[in-house]
Design a protein around this ligand. Structure first.
Ligand code: SF4
Length: 322
């Protein structure tokens, strides 16, 4: 496993109390594999990502393990951590305009990090980033390099951000809601680009999203999070075709489709619960139409059922007995 997370728990200080944000997450991503982490806002997706890069807010309490290529991220020295973040991980954020300096040209943005650690002449590095821009689908790299961020569309700017993430040749791409701020057409183009880059470069990808359709298009496997826990993990196509957890089923049924007619679009009852407000037992129980007496008493552990991993007391019965 390139990335191996075991029993991750993250608590953040709020006033005098510690609030649990990630309750118990275990997942792995192999070399060249892509995993989508899907969940509503507050489910703990982004804090899981921050635990991978060790960039959690000050005062955060972490237990469990995050290993990258066998090395414990929590045990890295500041120097090891810096080279791990720079050389092994490529980060793509939701809103590139918030992460690209608006008063500097794209060339300066793309080169400033490289010039610190790569001793080759600026002209060589400039050619390298121009090639990267071409690889991410920018037809006129020279023009793009000479532009300021406000002169580029949101889709172009996200391609620039992807080129920046690739510039140190990382092994793992962390894409945190990287298509959410884009219009639907551009979203599909950027999603396809990520898939192509992953295949061509043999990259590992962790794709954070709240969009199950996009997750199924891009990633080999999908993990669904609820209240700081993974409740279901399956190969994306299998999950999409036959979701097992009542929460995943509810999410898929709540998507509008042009192929169906509705009096009223089905919705999940109630509202999402953060881990620190989760009730005893299964955190989804207050919203679950299939709950049983045991559900309010015991947290269902994540267990394997064939190709699926599932945290539900229905167990194999949730998959129709498979
Ligand atoms: Fe529903 Fe019980 Fe399964 Fe939770 S454990 S999802 S409440 S059936």
């Amino acid at each position: 496993m390139l990335l191996d997370i075991r029993n991750l728990i993250v608590e953040l200080p709020v006033g005098r109390e510690l609030r649990r944000i990630v309750a118990d997450v275990s997942l792995g991503i192999g070399e060249g594999e892509s995993l989508a982490l899907v969940g509503e806002s507050g489910s703990g997706k982004s804090m899981t990502t921050k635990a991978i890069t060790r960039t959690l807010p000050a005062g955060a309490r972490v237990s469990g393990e995050v290993r990258f290529d066998g090395r414990l991220v929590g045990a890295m020295s500041e120097r090891e951590l810096e080279s791990y973040r720079r050389e092994q991980i490529g980060l793509i954020y939701q809103d590139p305009r918030a992460h690209i300096n608006p008063v500097r040209r794209i060339e300066d943005f793309l080169l400033e990090g490289l010039l610190l650690f790569d001793t080759r002449p600026r002209a060589v590095l400039r050619q390298k980033v121009a090639d990267l821009l071409q690889e991410v689908g920018i037809a006129d790299p020279d023009r793009c390099l000479g532009s300021y961020p406000h002169q580029l569309s949101g889709g172009m700017l996200q391609r620039v951000a992807i080129a920046a993430a690739l510039s140190t040749q990382p092994r793992l791409l962390l894409a945190d809601e990287s298509t959410t701020a884009l219009d639907v057409t551009t979203q599909a183009e950027v999603a396809l680009l990520l898939k192509q880059l992953q295949t061509r470069r043999g990259l590992s990808v962790l794709f954070i999203t709240h969009d199950l359709d996009l997750a199924a298009q891009i990633c080999d496997r999908t993990a669904v999070m609820y209240a700081g826990r993974i409740v279901e993990m399956q190969p994306s196509r299998a999950l999409y075709a036959a979701p097992a957890h009542p929460y995943t089923k509810g999410l898929l049924q709540s998507r509008p489709s042009v192929d169906r007619r509705y009096e009223r679009l089905p919705t999940l009852p109630g509202s999402p619960t953060p881990a620190y407000e989760a009730p005893a037992g299964c955190p989804f129980a207050p919203r679950c139409t299939e709950r049983m007496p045991i559900c309010s008493a015991e947290v269902p552990p994540l267990k394997s059922h064939g190709v699926a991993e599932l945290a539900c007391h229905l167990g194999a019965a949730a998959r129709g007995g498979n």
